[in-house]
Design a protein around this ligand. Structure first.
Ligand SMILES: [Zn+2]
Length: 69
């Protein structure tokens, strides 16, 4: 069984946009689980790092409330 990648946080260094994603599977969906550029300003200078416990918690909560997956 494939192991989903760990939660990660993307951040745009240009406009400050930030998103923590919790992949549901190892099949990453561009624009949902993975970002190649900032959806807000289009910048490609995104920083990526593993999400902290707090960020993961918030993202989980957002998924539950939003239900947009
Ligand atoms: Zn941006």
């Amino acid at each position: 069984m494939p192991i989903p990648p760990p939660p990660s946080t993307f951040r745009c260094t240009d406009c400050g946009w930030r998103r923590t994603v919790i992949p549901r599977s190892d099949a990453l969906i561009l624009g949902v689980d993975w970002f190649e550029h900032c959806p807000q300003c289009g910048s490609q200078t995104l920083q990526w790092r593993p999400a902290s416990a707090t960020e993961t918690f918030k993202a989980r909560l957002q998924q539950l409330l939003g239900g947009r997956h």
